[in-house]
Design a protein around this ligand. Structure first.
Ligand code: CA
Length: 232
């Protein structure tokens, strides 16, 4: 897949350079961030197709970066870790990483995983990662402007309501638990009442649904969570 952009987030210069050399050899365009805040900034600026993300980073750590990016985009994220126990924890937290590699690794192994993830991503979603506007039936989400329109009418949503709705729209037809929604929108490490999620979903339904009691978009999956009906 020539010219795919890859963002490497790693503060250890030698590792970042090694990966960059190998990826460029494979015709990828490579951007390197050396801390978590720079990672989020470069992600928003360059819209890469994939991210290789170290866990131990200055400023924001890799988990925080992963959560932030995942709430904005479905791009594949491959985590790098010095300890396999960290990785188990991360995958268990449901932060949304797609794969991981434990250090020390061979660059060839990382390249193989990068290619596998890109193949998978291209099959799953040809356009959502670069789209600024997401459409489902008569619902429109303007991702950069934080605007919602339903049946061509602008609807006012709070920032958190918008983030909940965006998270659903980026994961259509997928069951999301209240815990997952809470973690993505309110943040990892924050202790919260899961009823916050229920209340926000109720408000969103009142704003976007013709009949909030019989929702067409955010459906309740009893005993599990919710599912955004993307019309498949
Ligand atoms: Ca590091």
């Amino acid at each position: 897949m020539p010219f795919d952009k890859i963002l490497i987030v790693e503060d250890e210069k030698e590792i970042a350079e090694l990966l960059q050399d190998y990826l460029e050899e494979e015709q990828f365009e490579v951007i390197v961030a050396s801390d978590g805040q720079e990672a989020v900034r470069l992600f928003r600026e360059y819209r890469p197709q994939l991210m290789i993300l170290d866990i131990m980073l200055p400023q924001l750590n890799g988990m925080e970066v992963c959560r932030t990016i995942r709430s904005e985009s479905p791009i594949p994220i491959i985590m790098l870790s010095a300890k396999s126990s960290d990785v188990d924890k991360i995958l268990g937290l449901g932060l949304g990483a797609d794969d991981y590699v434990v250090k020390p690794f061979s660059p060839g192994e990382v390249i193989a995983r990068v290619k596998a993830q890109l193949r998978r991503a291209n099959q799953l979603s040809p356009s959502t990662e670069t789209a600024d506007i997401i459409h489902y039936k008569d619902l429109e989400l303007h991702l950069k402007a934080y605007e919602v329109k339903v049946r061509n009418q602008a609807v006012h949503c709070s920032a958190k309501e918008f983030e909940v709705l965006r998270f659903f729209a980026l994961h259509p037809n997928q069951v999301l638990t209240r815990e997952q929604i809470f973690q993505h929108v309110w943040g990892f490490g924050e202790r919260g009442d899961l009823n916050t999620v229920t209340v926000h979903i109720q408000k969103i339904r009142e704003k976007i649904e013709v009949s909030p009691a019989n929702p067409a978009f955010i459906k309740t999956v009893w005993g599990v969570g919710y599912k955004f009906d993307g019309g498949l």
